[in-house]
Write a protein that binds this ligand. Sequence first.
Ligand code: 9J3
Ligand code: ZN
Length: 261
Amino acid sequence: APAANAVENGPAPTATNILANGTYGVSTTSVSSLSASGFGGGEIYYPSTGSGYGAVVFSPGFTARASQYSGLARRVASHGFVVLVIDTNSTLDQPDSRGRQILAGVDYLTERSSVRTRLDASRVAVAGHSMGGGGTLYAAENGGSNVKAAVALQPWHTDKTWSGIDIPTMIIGAESDTIAAVGSHAERFYATLTGAPERAYAELDNESHLAANTNPNDQGAVMISWLKRYLDTDTRYSSILCPLPSTVSSQLSEYRNTCPA
Ligand code: 9J3
Ligand code: ZN
């Protein structure tokens, strides 16, 4: 039975459908830099119909723009989430600044955006890539009760200690990443998440630093399952995260977590 307040959007997960885009049609709306406050604008991806969706605010990596994450954002939205991919004030902003901009994006998305009535402001997650993944850790540690879950993709940060994070947090590393090498970034961050009620580390077999941009299916499967389980409290996804089906685990070089989910 679902947990209290659980939301079940879309069909039950299977070993194959979690690797694909979901069932919701996706609409988009742009956020101009003039209407944004505390971040640089961006793009919102959301299910074309319905309301009560969980929300995700995502930061790009160093030098990257929101448009470079369209595949991943559409994938997440198609499973029943409202996704704001921000542009940062400067593409050269450092991780903590990206984290503050993610939190400004949370305020904008939930309070001012044109889709605010389609989402549940009590179910907001933070996410991002590379320096935006480092910013995700900052936002998870500093976002207070507004932030319920986090997913950091190929994260990069000079701060290696994240024991202050107290929300469910997933780290996704890429095995062949030479920019944010997992041994000095993703794996080290995961090891310090001792305050998180649940945590997971997934390492994408053979993938590079640009996995968040190329949007491989295994990355989508674990990220979406994490958001479903810990943002929507959709316990149908417990069986996907713990243990992973072989369709997903066969595409990972490592998977560690705090099962049972
Ligand atoms: O956001 C990123 O891709 C961070 C990796 C990087 O270029 O760090 C070197 C300063
Ligand atoms: Zn490893």
